[in-house]
Write a protein that binds this ligand. Structure first.
Ligand SMILES: [Zn+2]
Length: 140
C-alpha cells in the first residue's frame, strides 16, 4: 500500500517531467526522498550518443548529493511522460532500469522503490528488485 508520502513522491516526479518534457530528450522524471526527509527530483538526459544518456533517477540522486551530501534513499520513483501521439496515456510509474537498480542499491541497500503493479503503483524494495547484486568480492 502506498502512503500519502509515497503519493507525494509520485506527484513530485510527475510535476518534474511535465515541466521539462521534451520529445525524445526528456521523457522520464524521478523523485526520491532522502533519509532525512527531503525530496529531490530529476529528469532523464537523453543524448545523441546513446551511451551518454543519463537516467532521471541518477539526476535526482546527483542533485541530492550535490546539495546535502550522501544521506541515503528512503524511497524513489520514476515516471514516464507519454509521447504526443500517445493521447490515451498519462504520466505513469515505471520500474527503474537495471543500471538504476545497481545505482540505487549502491547508495541505499534498504531503499523502498515505487513500481507499477497490477492495481496501480505499489511498493517494493531495491533488494527485491536486484537479487544477487554484482559484487567484486564475496560476503560484502
Ligand atoms: Zn535507469
Amino acid at each position: 500500500m502506498l502512503s500519502e508520502r509515497d503519493r507525494e513522491l509520485i506527484a513530485a516526479a510527475s510535476e518534474a517531467i511535465k515541466q521539462r518534457y521534451r520529445y525524445d530528450w526528456q521523457e522520464v522524471g524521478a523523485a526520491l526522498r532522502t533519509r532525512d526527509g527531503r525530496i529531490y527530483t530529476g529528469v532523464n538526459l537523453d543524448a545523441y550518443l546513446g551511451r551518454m544518456a543519463v537516467c532521471a533517477e541518477a539526476v535526482a540522486l546527483g542533485r541530492a548529493i550535490t546539495d546535502i551530501g550522501e544521506t541515503g534513499i528512503d524511497t524513489i520513483v520514476a515516471v514516464r511522460h507519454p509521447k504526443p501521439t500517445e493521447t490515451d496515456r498519462e504520466v505513469a510509474v515505471v520500474s527503474p532500469c537495471g543500471s538504476c537498480r545497481e545505482l540505487i542499491w549502491d547508495y541505499d541497500r534498504n531503499a523502498r522503490v515505487i513500481v507499477p503493479g497490477d492495481k496501480g503503483p505499489t511498493i517494493t524494495t531495491i533488494g527485491e528488485l536486484l537479487p544477487n547484486k554484482y559484487r567484486r568480492e564475496r560476503n560484502l
